[in-house]
Design a protein around this ligand. Structure first.
Ligand SMILES: Nc1ncnc2c1ncn2[C@@H]1O[C@H](COP(=O)(O)OP(=O)(O)OP(=O)(O)O)[C@@H](O)[C@H]1O
Ligand SMILES: [Mg+2]
Length: 357
């Protein structure tokens, strides 16, 4: 019996310090042996967002014991690890540097290969931990910093079909939450509040709904919500606004996903029509059920990561490490931390004022 690969994944791109060990079963399916995540919500909650210096300090304080805990929980010995994979970008450079340097040093001390991982590729491959997915597939990545439709043609081969031209969807949820007086990160709270509200109470704008292909825009919503919150007096009105916001997001995603389906089919002519949704916002149940229904309507197979693998975690980083190990795609020990690292390096920069759509 051949030894199955054992990968240590490390994540520190923003405000989660995480480490995970994954391997494969006899059939070659990935298995998570440990997945330890330490969130810094308490460190940043008084500031309404992530403070880079505090985040980096917290990563430095915790990284040793998080990795130790992941190894202990896995039931494996350090010597059994075959490769170490760390997030190298995109993210906050002071935060990335902690996990990246730790991973490089750990790999060097074990005399094992080091693998630099794109955090977004981690999100993109996160559903592969539990589902067998063939390339190509259409990916909707909706996280705190990104909102993109991508044609995933293979490991490291991405063609961007659409992107947000301003705020990311997670950012829109967090900003709405802040305006409603909910602590950062407010996305999950908006989902809870929306359950108690009337989704038809407020009519909110849908920026670039009728143009721009499957590109997205959410910043106009924030401005509309800011105006409405000035007149809000009761808790029920807050619930109604949360529900109206979530409904508007669903309407935008429904329309834009349909456009992305036809662009994906035109570009790849796939034998199987597979739609994968990943990133922190993929945890939202209303969004999941709307996209699942759309997939049945359009004969797509819908695939979501388990809720616990939607947000930042190191199992998804180890998953990319596992795929790269099989292809012997190793990184040098001078691999830089990359604050900006798009999945499709050829796609045009589409952010800021004056964009022609
Ligand atoms: N149930 C939910 N509904 C809506 N938004 C949610 C939900 N759960 C989490 N989010 C949002 O997901 C985001 C966090 O996702 P993630 O950890 O993938 O982002 P990130 O790592 O900060 O950004 P990126 O991956 O783009 O660098 C936050 O904005 C959070 O509010
Ligand atoms: Mg993320």
């Amino acid at each position: 019996m051949n030894k199955k690969p054992l990968i240590l994944g490390i994540e520190s791109s923003c405000d989660e310090t995480a480490a995970s060990l994954i391997t494969e079963n006899e059939q070659g399916a990935p298995i998570i042996l440990s997945n330890i995540i330490s969130s810094q919500v308490d460190v940043h909650k008084d500031f309404g967002g992530v403070v880079p210096e505090l985040a980096a300090r917290s990563h430095m304080e915790k990284i040793d014991w998080i990795v130790k805990k992941a190894i202990d929980k896995s039931g494996k010995n350090i010597e059994e690890i075959d490769a170490v994979a760390s997030t190298a970008g995109p993210g906050l450079i002071v935060c990335l540097s902690v996990g990246l340097s730790f991973g490089k040093a750990f790999a060097a001390s074990l005399n094992k290969p080091f693998i630099a991982v794109n955090h977004l590729e981690g999100h993109a491959l996160s559903p592969k931990i539990n589902s067998n997915i063939n390339y190509p597939y259409l990916l909707l990545l909706i996280s705190g910093g990104h909102s993109q439709f991508l044609n995933v043609q293979g490991l490291g081969k991405y063609k961007r079909l659409g992107t947000t031209i301003d705020d990311a969807l997670g950012e829109a949820f967090d900003k709405t939450a802040k305006l409603l007086g909910v602590e950062f990160p407010g996305g999950p709270q908006i989902e809870i509040m929306a359950k108690k509200g009337d989704p038809n109470k407020y009519d909110l704008p849908k920026p670039i709904f009728h143009k721009g292909g499957c590109n997205l825009s959410f910043s106009g919503l924030k401005t509309a919500i800011l105006k409405i919150t000035k007149d809000i007096k009761t808790e029920q009105e807050k619930f109604d606004l949360a529900a109206s916001f979530q409904k508007t997001i669903n309407e935008i995603l429904y329309k834009k996903t349909k456009i992305a389906f036809s662009e994906f089919e035109k570009q790849s002519r796939p034998k199987e029509k597979i739609f994968v949704v990943a990133g922190g916002v993929a945890a939202n149940k209303k969004i999941r059920s709307m996209l699942t229904d759309l997939c049945s309507e359009k004969n797509y197979q819908s695939i979501f990561p388990p809720i616990e693998l939607c947000g930042d975690n190191a199992a998804m980083i180890a998953m990319v490490g596992l795929e790269k190990l099989k292809l012997k795609k190793f990184s040098k020990l001078d691999h830089p931390a990359k604050p900006r690292w798009p999945l499709d390096e050829d796609a045009a920069f589409l952010k800021g004022a004056g964009i022609q759509l």
